[in-house]
Each structure stands twice: as structure tokens, then as C-alpha cells.
Design a protein around this ligand. Sequence first.
Ligand SMILES: Nc1ncnc2c1ncn2[C@@H]1O[C@H](COP(=O)(O)OP(=O)(O)OP(=O)(O)O)[C@@H](O)[C@H]1O
Ligand SMILES: [Mg+2]
Length: 251
Amino acid sequence: MKVVAVYSTKGGVGKTTAAVNLAWEASRDLRVLLWDLDPQGAATFLFDVKPKLKGGVDALISGKTDAGKAARSTAFERLDVIPADDSYRDLELVIDGARKSTQRIARVLDSVRGDYDVVILDCPPGASLVAENAIHVADVVVLPLVPSPLALRSLEQVGGLVASTAKKTPVLAFLSMVDRRKTAHRVALESLSTIHREVIDVFVPATVVIERMGTELAPVATFAPTTEAARSFAALWVAVRRAAGLKKSKH
Ligand SMILES: Nc1ncnc2c1ncn2[C@@H]1O[C@H](COP(=O)(O)OP(=O)(O)OP(=O)(O)O)[C@@H](O)[C@H]1O
Ligand SMILES: [Mg+2]
């Protein structure tokens, strides 16, 4: 079982969008669990899963609720979701109060190791203990970057957080919400992957097709399979899959 953490210190850059679409791509041939770690519950909403966790996140972190029992099936085969509900607002405190506080998420996932091939963590923004846990357990950290100077800071920040851990998890960054009409975005497309070795040359365009996920309640490839957005997420998954150390798909 490999773990992919979709994370940035910066908010609103396309983490949840990437997590949802990567989960769907992965589920074409692998058993996938997406864990919504954000109290906003956007991934839970996009997969049309009830935002209810029995016993709350407290019971999940303490081991009273098994992760397998907390997982809900979705409309898609081989794709389950651990939903976020209001109790996630206390997740930071719950983790902080537990023993070995940077390894709580890893410990919870131990119980589903045989049930899934890939776990995708949709992390909240910010440099929190939740993020530290996600980085600790991840085989790869996937970082969406909106082409702007502030977003680039998030690349440095996440790089710093990863470097401070013993594991040195690889970071895979990609440009997100790219608008080729904007000069800064075109410049970023041409230069970033040559300047920063973490930035791959797959990018996700800014497009209304992606916004439609909010009304379709489904990953892009299921309702707009021939679009550039769908192709981008498919290409992104190929890169993430390789970086996570998963075998190549037979597709
Ligand atoms: N490539 C894109 N093109 C157009 N809209 C996009 C794109 N990616 C994301 N969005 C929209 O931008 C908003 C923020 O995206 P998303 O929720 O994926 O970001 P996030 O990084 O998870 O945010 P948060 O930090 O709040 O968790 C959403 O409304 C989403 O539909
Ligand atoms: Mg999000």
C-alpha cells in the first residue's frame, strides 16, 4: 500500500481537485482509499459521500473506530472515501493530545494496509500537525502550484517541512490552474520545471470543466473524458504513480 499526500501550505490551489481526480485515475486498476482530512469536507462533497464519521475523528485517531469501518463506498468501483465531518475541526487538537503525535495517521492506516493499494490524503492547507502526519506517512507529496510568487513560497515551505523529517519523502509539484492568456503563467510553464527539479512538466489548465465537478459531483474524466483537463489528470497520475513506487498500469 502506497500513500500519496496532496498538500500545500497555501489554500485554494487545487489540492482537493487533484486528490479527487487522482483517486479516480488510480481506481481504474487499483483499490483506492481517499481520506478527506479537511474539515471543509470538499472531497467528501465531490464524491457525494455523507459527511458523517461514527464516533467522530477522535475515535478514528485513537483506534476505537477502525479505518476500514469508517470508509464509505462511492459511485465508483474500487474507490472508497473516509469522509470528513464537523469533528475534523478538532483534528489538530486530537492528534496533539495523542502519543507519538506525528505518527497517528500512519497508525490508523496500518489497519487497512491489506485492503487498499493506494491511499490518497486530501490535506488541509497550512503547516499543521495534520500536515506533519501526512508527510510522515506519505511515499510522495503532491503539491499543486499556481503560477505566482506566493505559490512558489509554498514549494520552499513544503520542501523545508519534508527536509526536516528523517524520511525525505519525494515532492512532486505541478502547475495548477494555468491560464495561458496570462504572461506570468506562460513564463512559469516554460521555466519552472527547468529551475526546480520537483516541478514536473505536466500541468492542469484553468478551465470551467473543472469547476463543473461541483455540480456533477464526479471526477472530470467521468463526465468530460476528452478534455485537456481529463488528459492532464491522467498524465499527472502516471507521474505520481511512478514517484510513489507503484507498478505501471496494464492499460
Ligand atoms: N484547474 C482549475 N480550473 C478552474 N477551477 C479550478 C481548477 N482547480 C481548482 N479549481 C477551483 O478552485 C477552487 C479551489 O480548488 P480546490 O478546492 O481544489 O483547492 P484546495 O487547494 O483544495 O483548497 P483548500 O486549501 O481550501 O483545501 C474550487 O472551487 C475548484 O473548483
Ligand atoms: Mg482542499
